[in-house]
Design a protein around this ligand. Structure first.
Ligand code: GUN
Length: 306
């Protein structure tokens, strides 16, 4: 079997068109949703993500504001900035780009965001509400994975879904969403015994463990749907060769930037057994941004009682 690739870029474009329509509807009622993105420090990848988020807002008619804050900021100073955004009526959504510099308390900052403006869905109030099955703001990446499954017609109800990784921003909310969609859910991680045996139970396997090409052929049941959430930088020439062989596009990227992106799935091997597979890049990544836009509109509606 050779897997069909799920085109996340195309599905994300469809969602952005829907969101742009919703933004237009809101503007007729005098409302423009607004998103604030907070970038601490000058990490190149984070900066590129934040710029892409702001640009996407612009394309869809969403107001956006970018705050760039020096990496020397203290937790108290950053919390002060977040609170100002909490009180700012033009802002419906607040996203603090992660990772934050080590000395800053991530927990304090994420808990400082008004839960109603928490378009990342990282606040304990929102994660708790998700677990209880209440309508709430949910983390963009797991939400994007669900949307990919729905829009490609994958049957979730009754399926065995295995989530590889237990992070607060992906693994945990992903498991909750799949459970609410009536899948039988297993969460596994780096300490799980006989990991391939567990993941081989999956009809739907979501790989979100942050380890390049960890999911090899023996992790995957023939015919499974495999969602690759990983975005790992590969900067070693030998690793690029091992993972991608003579793939011209990858090598061109490598020569241009000095690294390529690779998922948590060994794509060349797994595509021979899976029925569907998300590519990296072009799978889950574009969905995360589309869902951020959707969450911003949702936050605007909720906050304004619409
Ligand atoms: N860094 C990488 N992905 C994300 C994300 O989805 N949200 C935030 N806040 N930071 C990130």
């Amino acid at each position: 079997m050779t897997a069909a690739f799920i085109n996340g870029t195309k599905i994300a474009e469809d969602i952005k068109i829907e969101v742009a329509r919703q933004v237009k509807d809101l503007s007729r009622r005098g409302v423009q949703p607004g998103l604030a993105v907070v970038l601490v420090g000058d990490d190149a990848a984070s900066s590129a993500y934040v710029n892409l988020k702001a640009k996407t807002c612009e394309q869809l008619g969403i107001y956006s504001r970018k705050l760039t804050i020096p990496s020397t900021v203290t937790t108290e100073e950053l919390l002060w900035e977040v609170r100002k955004l909490n009180d700012d009526d033009k802002i419906d959504g607040i996203l603090v780009q992660l990772p934050l510099p080590k000395p800053v308390s991530k927990h304090t900052i994420l808990e400082g965001v008004d839960p109603q403006k928490d378009v990342d869905g990282f606040h304990s109030h929102n994660l708790g509400s998700l677990l209880l099955g209440h309508e709430t703001l949910v983390a963009c990446t797991p939400l994007g994975v669900m949307e990919l499954l729905y829009r490609t017609g994958v049957e979730i109800e009754g399926a065995n879904a295995v989530v590889l990784g237990r992070s607060d921003d992906v693994g945990k909310p992903q498991a909750a969403l799949l459970m609410h969609a009536n899948a039988t859910v297993t969460i596994c991680h780096s300490k799980t015994r006989n990991l391939p045996k567990v993941t081989r139970q999956a009809d739907i396997l979501v790989a979100a463990i942050g380890k390049v090409a960890m999911v090899t052929q023996d992790f995957v049941k023939p015919g499974a749907v495999v969602i690759d959430v990983g975005t790992n930088k590969v900067a070693d020439r030998a690793d690029v060769q091992r993972l991608f062989g003579d793939d011209e596009v990858r090598w061109k990227d490598f020569e241009k930037r000095g690294y390529v992106w690779a998922g948590d799935v060994d794509q060349r091997a797994v595509k021979e057994v899976a029925s569907m597979l998300t590519p990296v890049p072009g799978g889950v990544g574009p969905m995360t941004i589309a869902m951020l836009m959707k969450n911003t509109v949702k936050a605007a509606r909720i906050r304004r009682g619409l």
